[in-house]
Design a protein around this ligand. Structure first.
Ligand SMILES: Nc1nc2c(ncn2[C@@H]2O[C@H](COP(=O)(O)OP(=O)(O)O[C@H]3O[C@H](CO)[C@@H](O)[C@H](O)[C@@H]3O)[C@@H](O)[C@H]2O)c(=O)[nH]1
Length: 239
């Protein structure tokens, strides 16, 4: 669970996860949040031995936080890793749906908003537009069939984490979601799209920025070129 300035929501989310998945170990990766989120996570960890907190020096990006978390999961032999936001957008009660999709044989379960049963609550029109356009552009550029490539609520098997070859991922920011889903789809691993309800955060604010959107867009276009015309730069033989 990556956190940056989520002091208003973190405690509630952690409680929700504990209720929904009593046996799950939780890793919070906080990037030195100025609002004291790290201290809130530390307090939660002192009351729950299944919570671990890693503090990083500064805001290093959502993608690098997930890479760090996945490396931790592999190093500690977990069979399943879940990624979710710490702002209340991802409902903890839907965790078992994602986890059981992996337990039933999928290597990636993507919490998907844009399929029957999926829903978005209270998102302004421009966020819907960014999300739909982002997935639409990525689907065409990367020849993907997945319907919510940017979703950040997912479960992955250990095989999926190994397949990703984490040190070679390009994305620092939110493009990480597109990159990882697309690589696993290309590798032919079984993927489940599980409907989720995404609820606009109850407190705090989004860390989405033009720079983050641009990085994702630049990478998606580059990967798309590489698929069609061969290696241009970066990822090379993985395309
Ligand atoms: N450690 C760390 N955490 C971060 C950073 N940037 C964001 N986060 C954390 O990552 C989560 C998602 O960030 P938000 O800023 O709340 O995302 P959003 O705008 O609500 O975006 C949602 O929609 C995107 C588009 O569909 C998704 O890509 C994204 O995962 C998320 O679900 C939050 O828990 C936030 O604290 C960072 O640099 N470092």
């Amino acid at each position: 669970m990556p956190t940056y300035n989520e002091a208003e929501t973190l405690e509630t989310v952690l409680r929700g996860v504990r209720r929904a998945a009593p046996h799950a170990d939780i890793l919070v990766i906080d990037d030195g949040s100025p609002d004291g989120t790290g201290a809130i996570a530390d307090r939660a960890a002192s009351e729950d031995s299944q919570i671990t907190v890693h503090h990083r020096a500064g805001k290093l990006g959502l993608g690098t936080a997930y890479r760090h978390g996945f490396q931790h999961a592999l190093a500690h032999g977990y069979s399943t890793a879940v990624e979710m936001d710490s702002d209340g957008s991802h409902l903890p009660e839907q965790l078992p749906d994602l986890i059981s999709a992996v337990a039933s044989g999928s290597d990636l379960a993507v919490g998907t908003r844009w399929i029957p049963g999926g829903e978005i609550v209270n998102w302004p029109w421009y966020r819907r537009l960014i999300s739909r356009t982002g997935t639409g552009v990525a689907r065409v550029a990367l020849r993907s069939r997945l319907r919510d490539l940017t979703s950040g609520y997912r479960a992955l098997s250990a095989d999926a984490l190994r397949e990703l070859d984490l040190d070679r991922l390009d994305s620092q920011g939110y493009g990480f979601q597109v990159e990882t889903a697309w690589l696993l789809e290309r590798a032919g691993l079984p993927i489940a799209e599980v409907p989720i309800t995404f609820v606009e955060r109850a407190g705090g604010s989004s860390k989405m920025s033009p720079g983050i959107v641009l990085e994702a867009l630049r990478n998606v276009i580059r990967w798309g070129f590489e698929i069609r015309f061969g290696r241009l730069s970066g990822r090379g033989s993985r395309v």
